[in-house]
Design a protein around this ligand. Sequence first.
Ligand code: 4AD
Ligand code: MG
Length: 449
Amino acid sequence: MPRTILRQVFAAPESYCETTIVVCGWVRSLRASKAVAFLSLCDGSTLRPLQVVLGASLQNYAEAVKWGVGSAVRAVGTLVETPGTAQPFELRATEIALEGACPPDYPLQKKRHSMEFLRTIEHLRPRTNTIGAALRVRSAAAFAIHSFFQSRGFVCAHTPIITTADAEGAGEMFRVSADGAEEFFGKPAYLTVSGQLQGEAMAMAFGQIYTFGPTFRAENSHTQRHAAEFWMVEPEIAFADLRDNMALAEDMMKFVVGSVLAQCPDELDFFNQFMEPGLLARLHAVVQSQFHCVTYTKAVELLLQNTGRFEYKPAWGCDLQTEHERFLTEEIFQAPVFVVDYPKEIKAFYMRLNDDGKTVAAMDLLVPGVGEMIGGSQREERLELLEARLSQMGGSPAQYQWYLDLRRYGGCRHCGFGLGFERLLMYLTGLSNIRDVIPFPRTAGSADF
Ligand code: 4AD
Ligand code: MG
């Protein structure tokens, strides 16, 4: 008989009641008396454990009651309703078999562990409620992102991971080389910091594309929201300006939050209860809300009225610090807010110069609890201006010839943005450390598993 996944059982218990099913999973707890034992079984498909009842008449009962927490087991039995008890139904086992024993030195014996401790056992922590829930949300959010773009006719573009161009011009790239070899690609190559530049080439062919893949940054920032390896979603749209870009970002955010609310109710309830009281209310509010928009210049004015609140004094021309970003979204707007039109000096070379000659058509989306979640812009489509900006910012136009070609051959107004996928997950779960929404995180100074 094929195995039934617990997620399916909990989704429609009535269709399994009074039938025989096979379930497989890991022992969460086991309470036994002489006559009966209760085994709590998790299989990872859902947060909910299934209660498996073992009667003393089972041929291996004496052996089974000694199985440790974490053991892998397979049970055959009848699902029966148990109204009025803690769980609405249970499995009365007719057979139970051990697939893999788990001795008492298994590190996940206790019910609750600190997040710090769990980070020392990345290979085992997906079996815990918290990390398990976070990674199921991750899976559901990834699917929602693909659904959103696919339903709008965007082409999914796989841009390269190894590249020779610094997309952000920030010099935060990891070098790629073959052990012992001279220069494998004939010139210096790196892990990509963003798929945008190749994404723009794809958008000039397909009109609307999105990338969704790993990106790498050698930033030496030891914060709770920076990873050296993280995933980015980068749509790029042709014949569109910054307003269209903001509308797309807002629609995408609402769609993904709405989908995860619908697909992961148990997980979000769990986080609402144990991580961030008010999480559910906040997520429901986002789906209904209208995102705000403020220019960088106005944002700096607002911050300057509150300088006493900050460690770093805000000033026009300087990058917004995390404390500034969070103050804007959490206290001033109390909602997601786009900050647009940043000074050109603090943004990447490809952003479109505004008519004031001082600012570029950039947009960052700031959200409560996280700060910057999205960074994007309208792209400079005017060849001479793009070449001038490249030189000003110390880039070599020779290296970017193919990118400049996109302006020479049928270039057009276009824009795009990058969503930090892990920042989105932090926002969805209330988890405050980026390492807890990545199965095997890589951060400055740490890549152990
Ligand atoms: O703002 P960023 O640097 O924008 C770009 O890379 C553009 N090329 C995107 C585009 O227009 N196609 O990065 C985009 C987002 C940030 O807003 C942030 O959410 C996330 O990526 N991000 C990081 N997430 C985790 N760890 C890091 N070190 C991150 N750096 C950026
Ligand atoms: Mg940014």
